[in-house]
Design a protein around this ligand. Structure first.
Ligand code: SF4
Length: 108
């Protein structure tokens, strides 16, 4: 005689949100995203080093691609989204420090 098949449903993970859930629901207690567990001002920092720190914190985020796509779609004016610095709706490689540009090129 054959054993009855195990019909127990496989549990689905609840800790990885979808792009839809993040855009339609407030923060969920079972969701852990780097920008939710770190000072959010870091993602809108003035210091170029802080911007790079925020970009690095985004690297393991499961929503990185959707986050960046959403920011580009919305033409976000400023901030780190999906591990990239977005300024006026476009990705820029890095934040320039404050101050005037140098008058002379230092490369020799
Ligand atoms: S990729 Fe987006 S959702 Fe993920 S930590 Fe960075 S800013 Fe937050």
């Amino acid at each position: 005689m054959l054993a009855a098949p195990d019909l127990t449903p496989t549990p689905t993970p609840t800790s990885i949100p979808t792009a839809a859930s993040i855009s339609t629901s407030p923060r969920r207690s079972d969701t852990v995203l780097p920008c939710w567990t770190t000072d959010p001002d870091l993602w809108f920092a003035e210091s170029p080093q802080s911007v790079e720190d925020a970009k690095a914190l985004c690297v393991p985020c499961p929503l990185r691609e959707a986050c960046l796509a959403g920011a580009l779609d919305r033409r976000e004016p400023w901030g780190v989204w999906g591990g990239q610095l977005v300024v006026h709706g476009v990705v820029v490689p890095r934040k320039r420090p404050r101050g005037r540009p140098r008058k002379v090129d230092l490369a020799a």
